[in-house]
Design a protein around this ligand. Structure first.
Ligand code: NDP
Length: 320
């Protein structure tokens, strides 16, 4: 089958199209023909070697497509499914754990189906798992027009929160407003100060920071006393080690660094969040903006654009 293979860690140039043997499902897995593969920032961490993966490997975690075979004979061949947490999704075929997939309702376009689960479940657990969002909460969100950013904004607004979003361009600003942000800011040294002014000097209840290194200090300064800083990613690089005393200095604030794995550890929790996302897509609460699909063999270009901050919303590779 055709796939993207990584034989050494590095920049986008290590994403090389290759002909490889078909994968073989092991216990609890189904073999699926991939139509679209989702592209996520986490794929760049595996590519670079920041997250561990045995070389050589096929990148990608999520996608959608038709079941080829279920060795347990529970799911019929041809059933259209979407999944996350299936390493090797940048390929014509992938093995997916039956505990990590959902059937896709007919009303959901396939490029949306391929990119809804990883980012949608992330937005869901950040807002309803890490902390239950309350009507009236104020939220500061970095990378507000990214894949997770646009979904988190829509779900937070649906829960009655006010979202202050941070983006880098006019186009992204427009998208963040369209998703429901109350005010959109640019990255700058005075970001925290501007946000605090907007909240009557108090600071926000929660900061969701997926940018990391370049925004972390402003995140600590933007949160109210006893508020929460939720550092959920490192698009600009990992945060430097720091003195926990800083949390005291900023008003006894809380800090967490969560992962989707910990918030979908059981099949029940995965299903609860996945179903909430699918329902929100179906009823229009979530409008997923998918960037013009890249061909599978253009995975390199997709990663270059993602890391050069040229993309907004979700990204997919068209595989078949
Ligand atoms: P995005 O579509 O949000 O892309 C990343 C965005 O980060 C860019 O578009 C850019 O937006 C912003 N950014 C700011 N500074 C930089 C920089 N120096 N280099 C590159 N990008 C920068 O990606 P995803 O939606 O896939 O992921 C968003 C974040 O969420 C990532 O950090 C990812 O690791 C994290 N994540 C965490 C999960 C978890 O469970 N912890 C699960 C899923 C994602 P702009 O131009 O507006 O600054």
């Amino acid at each position: 089958m055709k796939a993207i293979q990584i034989s050494q860690h590095g920049g986008p140039e290590v994403l090389v199209p290759a002909e490889v043997p078909d994968p073989q499902p092991t216990d609890g897995q189904l073999l699926v023909a991939v139509e679209y593969a989702g592209v996520n920032y986490i794929d760049t961490y595996y590519r670079e070697g920041t997250y561990h993966s045995q070389l050589p490997f096929i990148p990608g975690q999520e996608g959608c497509g038709r079941v080829i075979v279920d060795p347990a004979d529970e799911i019929a061949p041809g059933t259209f499914v979407a999944w996350e947490s299936a390493p090797g999704s940048y390929a014509e075929k992938v093995c997916v754990d039956r505990t990590r997939l959902v059937a896709v309702p007919q009303s959901i376009p396939h490029d949306v189906a391929a990119s809804m689960l990883l980012q949608g479940i992330t937005a869901h657990y950040l807002l309803h798992g890490v902390r239950e969002t309350q009507a009236g909460d104020t939220i500061l969100l970095t990378a507000g027009a990214g894949g997770v950013g646009l979904l988190l904004t829509q779900l937070a607004v649906a829960a009655g929160a006010t979202v202050f979003s941070v983006v880098s361009t006019d186009e992204k600003e427009e998208l963040a407003y369209a998703a429901g942000a109350t005010e959109v800011f640019r990255y700058s040294e005075g970001l925290a100060e501007s946000v605090r002014r907007r909240c009557g000097g108090r600071g926000v209840d929660v900061v969701y920071d997926g940018v990391g290194k370049e925004t972390f200090q402003e995140s600590l300064e933007a949160v109210r006393p006893r508020g929460l800083v939720c550092l959920f990613g490192a698009a600009s690089g990992p945060v430097e080690p720091f003195d926990p005393q800083l949390l005291n200095k900023h008003g006894s604030i809380f800090l967490t660094r969560p992962s989707i794995g910990a918030y979908t550890a059981s099949e029940d929790e995965f299903r609860m969040r996945a179903q909430a996302v699918v329902r929100a897509v179906e009823d229009g609460t979530l409008n997923i903006r998918v960037h013009e699909p890249y061909a599978l063999e253009d995975a390199r270009q997709a990663h270059e654009d993602l890391q050069a901050r040229k993309t907004a919303g979700s990204i997919v590779l068209k595989v078949t």
